[in-house]
Design a protein around this ligand. Structure first.
Ligand SMILES: Nc1ncnc2c1ncn2[C@@H]1O[C@H](COP(=O)(O)OP(=O)(O)OP(=O)(O)O)[C@@H](O)[C@H]1O
Length: 656
């Protein structure tokens, strides 16, 4: 009963990698995490005396523990972005998934219990065989027992095969349901929250955490049923065989109980912390890649590298913390596995002398104890994986805990008049960037919003388009609050087009019709592209509307991508458009041309144009000048020039 017989899922690969957690992986529990880059202060100085080293180790352990707990606490703080759900929610979530598949879950349990019982019959028969032989029975007198043993072994093999199949199919089914839930949750995230959260955190959750949850659901849950039923039935079989020879198990049980309890208490925060540090690394890398030009321009390589080093060191600390928890647990497990066999032999020798047990019972008890090691070891492995899985699931479910930013109601707009009243908005608490703005759009008018950079133009546009909920006040369309409209209805009322436009993987047609959920005809799509002056390059595409777009396929120029975004709007056909510097990426000549060609198209709609170039304002019916989060002036080009205020100043500056 040596520890080398246990296969243990180690951390020889990063925990984000699903394969490292698979059963049968070559990695063993002894295999430690890849030696991470650790700050010099954390290295062990082997020249120091053992006592001093031990004290230093304890101190480091304490610091790591404290640091891990701090990162853990920070990772739960709502203002850091995406929240983390309570562990109880993770269990309830899995419980819900299983409860809708009761029949298959019961079948899996029955098959596993059947296989476990069959496995327990054999040692009992072998014990009887030993007793018969000790009583002087000849080999031929025991052949019936041997036939029975072979029969039971065959039955056990068949039951085990079916139990494994049932476990695997249930596991995959649970995983599919869990994945669907996660994807659905992430897709319905309120945009404001997505922007507030770190993209690294979100990416880590939907990649690494999904992978960890998937391992827990697909493998650990079924393995929990298999090993738990095997362990409990073996204990029952040991009791039935001889209560006396079951006593050594109490010693191991106590050791395991306290060791596992301590481990479970510390492991959950430890693993959540570990994941939070991966999110930090991802965020730093993502930011560095996205801001590569700024890094290059400002020679920030050293700063970014130092930051990544800090994140990596913090992650290494978190990994070492969970690793030290595991190592401590394994030490106790080894002791708990070694002791009972020794005690059974000693107790058996005494019991045999005293005439209270037979040699057969001692043999059976020894085989049972040997048989117990595998499932017990697996059970503890499973608990370890479940800890990781629960931590990952709480992070995934945390995403679902974000409050909805809108409550779609039944009321539909009566008309297309849009009114914003007392609009205030803050990205950070107590820092309003809009201070009680009132704005009423006249149906069919073109309102230009101009003002200095950072004055709140885009924020006002986002509120009007129903992207963000104002802190106070409301934006209504036809007397209904835009935040109370279901999204498909909102899209037919008001749309925002910004300078950020994403080209999705898919055909050109797919990229355009998505605003109308697929019911636009090819002719409408072509008309929409023609309306935004994209007819020329459309004709040059060999596959026309079927041309596959996206990275590694046909890549559009920024101007073409912007035209695709505008064509989407044409198809969505809302009565109000908010254009946030929508034509800024196109050169001035093309932009002028594009805006010119869109004039006919925009003529029946209300247009709010957040103006980058003042000629857009010049062409507008009214101009709102936004300064420091307030509308400072409102009127036509001529009226505002005559007023000789901020706009007149801006206009003269731009003209000169
Ligand atoms: N996501 C955000 N998080 C925090 N602050 C933000 C965010 N977006 C904008 N702000 C801040 O809100 C204020 C108003 O920004 P907004 O983008 O609305 O101004 P703007 O007039 O459109 O500026 P620009 O013309 O430069 O685009 C600015 O101080 C800006 O720094």
């Amino acid at each position: 009963m040596t520890s080398s017989t246990h296969t243990r899922p180690g951390s020889s690969a990063p925990r984000g990698d699903a394969t490292e957690l698979l059963p049968g992986s070559a990695a063993t529990w002894r295999a430690e995490a890849p030696e991470p880059r650790v700050p010099a202060a954390l290295h062990v100085d082997r020249t120091r005396p053992t006592g001093e080293r031990l004290r230093a180790w304890r101190e480091r352990h304490r610091i790591r523990g404290e640091r891990a707990r701090r990162v853990f606490a920070e990772s739960r703080a709502p203002e850091r972005g995406l929240p983390v759900a309570r562990a109880r929610r993770a269990f309830a979530f899995v419980g819900d998934l299983v409860s809708t598949r009761k029949a298959r879950a019961v079948a899996m349990i029955v098959l596993n219990v059947g296989a476990a019982i069959a496995a327990l019959v054999v040692p009992r028969l072998l014990g009887d065989l030993v007793d018969d032989a000790a009583a002087g029975a000849s080999f031929t007198q025991t052949d019936q027992v041997l036939v029975l043993v072979v029969g039971v072994v065959l039955v056990q093999a068949v039951l085990t095969a079916f139990a494994k199949r049932a476990s695997a199919t249930l596991g995959y089914d649970l995983l599919a349901a869990a994945r669907e839930y996660v994807v659905g949750t992430v897709l319905r995230l309120p945009l404001g929250h997505v922007e507030a959260a770190s993209s690294g955190d979100l990416v880590t959750r939907i990649t690494s955490d999904v992978s960890k949850m998937s391992t827990a659901v697909r493998w650990s849950l079924p393995a929990l049923v298999t090993s738990a039923s095997m362990v409990s039935l073996t204990v029952v079989a040991l009791l039935l065989n001889s209560p006396l020879l079951t006593l050594p198990l109490i010693v191991s049980g106590l050791i395991l109980f306290f060791a596992v309890r301590r481990y479970l208490r510390n492991a959950a925060p430890g693993y959540i912390t570990e994941s939070a540090t991966y999110s930090k690394i991802n965020s730093t890398i993502t930011e560095t890649v996205e801001g590569a030009r700024t890094v290059e321009a400002l020679r920030l390589h050293g700063v970014r590298q130092a930051r990544l080093d800090d994140d990596t060191a913090e992650s290494a600390q978190a990994e070492r913390y969970t690793m030290s928890l595991r190592n401590l647990l394994f030490m106790w497990i080894d002791l708990a596995f070694q002791l009972p066999l020794v005690l059974v032999v000693l107790l058996g020798t005494w019991g045999y002398d005293a005439g209270v047990v037979t040699v057969g019972q001692v043999t059976t008890a020894a085989i049972y104890l040997q048989q117990l090691v595998g499932p017990l070891d697996r059970l503890i492995q499973v608990l370890d994986h479940l800890q990781v899985g629960v931590a990952a699931t709480t992070r995934l479910l945390g995403v679902a805990e974000l409050p909805e930013d809108r409550t779609p109601g039944e009321a539909l707009p009566d008309g297309s008049a849009m009114v914003g009243r007392d609009l205030r908005f803050a990205y950070r608490p107590d820092h309003d960037v809009l201070h009680g703005v009132d704005v009423a759009l006249r149906p069919g008018e073109r309102l230009a919003i101009v003002g200095p950079s950072g004055s709140g133009k885009s924020t006002l546009g986002r509120l009007v388009a129903g992207i963000n909920r104002p802190r106070t006040g409301s934006v209504t369309v036809g007397e209904v609050d835009v935040m109370d409209l279901p999204l498909p209805v909102l899209r037919t009322q008001v749309c925002l087009v910004t300078q950020e436009h994403h080209v999705f993987m898919g055909s050109l047609r797919d990229n355009i019709v998505l605003a109308r959920e697929g019911d636009a005809t090819d002719a409408q799509v072509k008309d929409a592209l023609a309306a935004v002056d994209a007819g020329d390059w459309l004709d040059r595409l060999p596959l026309g509307l079927d041309t596959p777009l996206g990275r590694g396929r046909t890549e559009l120029t920024p101007a073409q991508a912007q035209q695709v975004a505008l064509a989407r709007l044409v198809i969505a056909d809302p009565h109000t458009l908010v254009l946030d510097e929508a034509t800024s990426l196109i050169d001035p000549h093309t932009a002028r041309h594009l805006e010119g060609s869109m004039t006919a198209l925009l003529s029946d709609r209300t247009v709010v144009a957040i103006a980058h170039r003042l000629h857009t304002a010049h062409d507008a019916d009214r101009i709102a000048v936004v300064i420091d989060g307030r509308i400072a002036e409102l009127g036509s080009h001529d009226e505002l020039l005559a007023a000789d205020g901020e706009y007149a100043h801006l206009w003269r500056t731009w003209r000169s």
